[in-house]
Design a binder for this molecule. Structure first.
Ligand code: SF4
Length: 113
């Protein structure tokens, strides 16, 4: 097992809302009893807790820049997604270290939000 400090990315789970029903859902959404959306306050706390990860953790063994990003469910369905992006930009100023994992068919690149 790779030490968490040596991982390439940290994913912050901001919601379990999703439009899809993938049979192999790694988020186990079919078993969720109710939907949740992380509050902007909690998201800021999460970002602040890990904001040193990109520059103060074991370098990625493949040389990739370290990334902290949003995942779900589908992060774009979070009703306060624009506010989450603003918080992320404040807490993680270097856009090379911001990420977004989405299943929506949009052209979104790492650090775009
Ligand atoms: S898109 Fe992702 S979160 Fe949504 S059902 Fe499929 S695997 Fe699960």
């Amino acid at each position: 097992m790779i030490n968490p400090a040596a991982q390439w990315a940290i994913q912050i789970d901001v919601t379990n809302r999703c439009r899809r029903t993938c049979s192999n859902c790694t988020r186990l959404l079919a078993h969720a009893r109710e939907r949740f959306c992380m509050s902007p306050w909690a998201f800021r706390q999460a970002c602040a807790a890990v904001h040193t990860f990109p520059d103060h953790s074991t370098p990625d063994r493949n040389g990739r820049p370290k990334v902290i990003g949003m995942i779900g469910g589908e992060p774009l369905l979070h009703p306060e997604f624009p506010e989450l992006c603003e918080i992320m930009a404040e807490e993680i100023p270097d856009r090379r270290h911001r990420g977004l994992w989405t299943s929506e068919p949009l052209l979104i690149t790492l650090g775009a939000c």
